[in-house]
Ligand binder design. Structure first.
Ligand SMILES: Cc1cc2nc3c(=O)[nH]c(=O)nc-3n(C[C@H](O)[C@H](O)[C@H](O)COP(=O)(O)OP(=O)(O)OC[C@H]3O[C@@H](n4cnc5c(N)ncnc54)[C@H](O)[C@@H]3O)c2cc1C
Length: 480
């Protein structure tokens, strides 16, 4: 490969979830725009496919290709901060957690080397909304329309105001609301890495703010019956339920002028981490579930009991990224519409899971042994956003612990049933989490998909950025 920086031949790649492996001809890790351009120019000459790699945290096969993978992780700098417009421009390989700390005026930890703040306290910024996971990259989060919670906030991608892209013909172009209008940005904001390589992104931020973060427990059925009241009376809400518990665990965050009471916010899941790491006892216990699934109700009660109740004030960047430890899990998430503040579909989607867990238990089966979880956001106008739809959206997800050896058969048919339940309620899947009904995706998005594909065809007629998964999603044939 000519002048393309660090390229590894015949490399093997695996995602974080370890459910995907690829053997691309090259994995290249460019360090600057020239190296990135040279990779695309070489690919044009050699007629190769390219897929971009962010952090590798997607479970769906959005990254794999047998041709060339571009690892964006070394393109990870903040390029500029506009303190008048409250905007930040950043290379796409930067991790979202590093970015939010950096613009908040906090020390951050890129590549495990502490880096001093990039803005002074008077100009510090916050994202209005962010994903919980801090290690995914800006490019990966934007490309798949990732989200956190916040009933009046959209997705992470909705905060994009401009994007500098390297296109399939080797040219550079900046797309922005100002120059290209909303229609083009609706395609760009959630692009599945199918329109080109995102080199940098400009985000609209707001002045840095603090959040009052409260963790509490409440009766699960009552909480879901009154979910509208809960969600509409706080800025940000998440609800978790460990199966077989009467109570659920609730997180509410509200903007506040109160001073910070806690500098680092890592609660709840970190208690779980301590528990799991004591002499590896927890991991042993969780793995025992794979062999003795009847233990599930007991362990779910134990884990639910470990979730703390507390109230702290911290800077938003700390609160948003509260979870710094993740167990090996399988995760399926669907976005369910909330039209006119009517939460009926959400309540159905939640209770269907509860009923299916109860029904499985009667047959001695425990397919789900981790949380049922909901977040609540504003709808998105991006064509391919799972949150596209009327007014607001609930992102509901089920997780199950997989460890290293849980047989897929022990939970897959359950996940497929829940997927059908949620599709019947009009749900659309998170692009990075488990999707079984790939063939239904094109029709789920209808006219939005047509509008996206029209733009895609113009930008990438030879399908440089298409892999097998995307061909199935878009239902397109290889070019002649
Ligand atoms: C433990 C865990 C927790 C998670 N928590 C959340 C959460 O809180 N909220 C949420 O919404 N999701 C969450 N996810 C899902 C995850 O955030 C998404 O799958 C996300 O897209 C992964 O980002 P990544 O940087 O790892 O990208 P990858 O998985 O490497 O890539 C994702 C897609 O982005 C494309 N891409 C990456 N970089 C570029 C670029 N520069 N230009 C063009 N395309 C690019 C890739 O080609 C691919 O199509 C979680 C996943 C895990 C495993």
């Amino acid at each position: 490969m000519q002048d393309a920086g660090n390229c590894q031949k015949n490399a093997t790649w695996q995602n974080w979830g370890k459910n995907l492996t690829a053997h691309p001809e090259f994995i290249c890790t460019p360090q600057n725009k020239d190296e990135l351009t040279n990779i695309v120019k070489n690919a044009i000459i050699e007629k190769k496919k390219i897929r971009m790699l962010g952090g590798g945290y997607s479970w769906t096969p959005v990254v794999p290709t047998n041709d060339w993978i571009i690892d964006m992780s070394k393109l990870n700098k903040i390029l500029s901060v506009d303190t008048v417009k409250n905007q930040v421009t950043v290379e796409a390989g930067m991790r979202v957690g590093d970015l939010s700390l950096a613009i908040a005026g906090e020390e951050f930890d890129l590549d495990d080397k502490p880096i001093p703040p990039v803005v002074n306290p008077n100009n510090a910024l916050s994202f209005e909304t962010e994903t919980v996971i801090p290690w995914i990259t800006v490019g990966g989060a934007v490309a798949l329309g990732c989200h956190g919670t916040g009933y009046t906030m959209g997705t992470y991608s909705d905060q994009v105001v401009a994007m500098e892209m390297l296109l399939a013909d080797g040219t550079w172009r900046t797309f922005s609301v100002e120059t290209d209008g909303e229609e083009m940005m609706n395609a760009m904001r959630v692009n599945l890495g199918a329109l080109g390589i995102i080199y940098s992104v400009t985000f609209q931020c707001v002045p840095r703010f603090n959040l009052q973060a409260v963790d509490s427990r409440a009766d699960m059925e009552e909480t879901i019956a009154n979910i509208k009241q809960l969600v509409t009376s706080h800025d940000y809400v998440e609800v978790f339920w460990f199966p077989f518990n009467q109570k659920c665990w609730i997180k509410t965050w509200d903007k506040t002028d109160k001073p910070i009471t806690q500098n680092e916010v890592t609660w709840g899941w970190d208690e779980l981490k301590v528990f799991l790491e004591i002499n590896s006892f927890g991991i042993y216990l969780m793995d025992a579930l794979n062999k003795n699934s009847w233990l599930t109700p007991y362990i779910m009660k134990l884990l639910s009991g470990l979730m703390p109740t507390q109230s702290v004030v911290a800077v938003s960047a700390q609160v948003f990224h509260y979870q710094l430890f993740y167990m090996p899990v399988w995760d399926m998430s669907y976005c369910i519409n909330i039209p006119n503040n009517d939460f009926t579909l959400v309540q159905k989607a939640w209770m269907q899971v509860v009923k299916r867990i109860e029904a499985a238990q009667k047959q001695g089966q425990y397919p789900q042994n981790m949380v049922l979880h909901t977040r609540y956001i504003k709808n998105s106008n991006a064509y391919l956003s799972p949150a596209s739809g009327e007014d607001h959206t609930c992102c509901i997800e089920i997780l199950t612990f997989t460890g290293d050896n849980r047989p897929v058969e022990s939970y897959e048919s359950y996940f497929k049933q829940i997927e059908q339940d949620w599709i019947e309620l009009g749900g659309k899947p998170h692009w990075g989490k488990a999707i079984y009904s790939v063939n239904k995706l094109k029709s789920m998005y209808g006219a939005n998909m047509d509008a996206f594909l029209k733009i895609r065809q113009k930008l990438d007629p030879n399908q440089m950025f298409i892999n097998d998964f995307l061909r199935q999603v878009f239902q397109i044939q290889p070019p002649n």
